[in-house]
Design a protein around this ligand. Structure first.
Ligand code: NI
Length: 254
């Protein structure tokens, strides 16, 4: 059994074959899928899917950094409204993204810190989005880490030194399709990390692993990531599944 800890399978990309994609995931051993939220516009789609598949889909609630703009306080109010209304398994995805635009960097930092505090007060893990922003993101998590904060750096693609910093914070590394890319160098970085610190993810519909690279990603492709990890650690795929599933179960309490 595998757990996909990051999949936007509620998105429009699956409008024509969502049920089939979920069935393929299940048939490939992906028995639980964590759904990270984006903003107020994605909540209904995500929760509708959760309600249709309550034993397969587990929602998070949060405001994605690329959805942070001058109206971010209203967006945060919507997040808090839902957080107090029903059960979520974590706060995500949250963080800092400086790839597209640095215009709202201060708003992004404020929204990130605010949502970390929500996670603490609700005793929930956080799922962190980092893009061209490791130092800024790490600094805030480090300041906020009082021993009670837990979570994952989703789609980790950093250096061995950054991986070490994440582990020292008590956080997991979310590992997806990039691991299978030639020249990503991520296999070398990951071989320096204990597998007890990893959770698997697809980030569907993005970042399909080899041999599906370039196509729409889906949760069933998580097996390719598990296979690559088995090669890197020289253990069986079954063992990779056991360890990473235990890690994900512990982190999200599912
Ligand atoms: Ni995502």
């Amino acid at each position: 059994m595998l757990i996909d800890t990051h999949s936007h399978i509620y998105s429009e990309d699956f409008i024509h074959d969502r049920d089939e994609a979920l069935q393929r995931a299940y048939d490939n051993g992906v028995k639980k899928i964590i759904l990270p939220n984006i903003d107020s516009g994605s909540i209904k789609h995500m929760l509708d899917l959760t309600d249709a598949y309550p034993h397969l889909c587990y929602p998070l609630i949060g405001l994605h950094p690329t959805s942070v703009d001058e109206d971010y306080k209203e967006e945060l109010e919507a997040i808090e409204y839902w957080l107090n209304k029903r059960k979520f398994f974590g706060i995500g995805e949250i963080g800092i993204d400086l790839y597209w635009d640095k215009k709202y960097i201060n708003e992004q930092k404020d929204a990130f810190r605010h949502q970390i505090k929500l996670a603490k007060s609700h005793n929930l893990p956080i799922v962190i989005h980092v893009r061209n922003s490791f130092d800024e993101t790490y600094q805030i998590v480090k300041e906020e880490q009082d021993g009670s904060l837990r979570g994952a750096f989703h789609c980790f693609t950093g250096t061995a030194e950054e991986a070490q910093k994440v582990v020292e914070l008590g956080f997991y590394l979310g590992i997806g399709g990039v691991l299978t890319f030639k020249n990503s160098n991520l296999d070398e970085v990951i071989s320096s990390v204990n597998i007890d610190k990893l959770v698997l993810e697809t980030d569907a519909p993005y970042l399909s692993p080899e041999p599906k690279r370039g196509k729409r990603n889906e949760s069933s492709y998580l097996v390719y990531v598990a296979q690559k990890l088995a090669e890197i650690y020289n253990i069986s795929v079954t063992r990779v599944a056991e360890i990473t599933t235990t890690n994900a179960r512990g982190l999200f309490e599912i």
